[in-house]
Design a protein. Sequence first.
Length: 117
Amino acid sequence: MNSDQAPVGVVCLCAAWCGVCRQYAPEFEALKARFPQVRFDWVDVEDEEEVVGDVDVETFPTLLIGQGSKALFLGPLLPQIKVLERLLTSLLAGESGGTAVSEEADALWQRVCKKWQ
């Protein structure tokens, strides 16, 4: 990532009732220390319905990664923090996430960015 680019953000879409999410949360929080240049956020899909909108989150954890005004990745990941760490490392190195990002993902990213303002 070039210094003139907007910072990357990682959003975990989760639910308070989800046991997998509760187990994943401490590792997600710990990842912040490894990537201080990245903004991390935890969005409860039920508590923050206005942010999630019509996005249908069926699998937890589902991660949204974006930069500037564009989503770079939206999808479920194995609840193993090393998977997110590898994906984030490759995105920061300028490699594609390998997944076409939808308009729905871009719209969700825009709502998250508005929440951060």
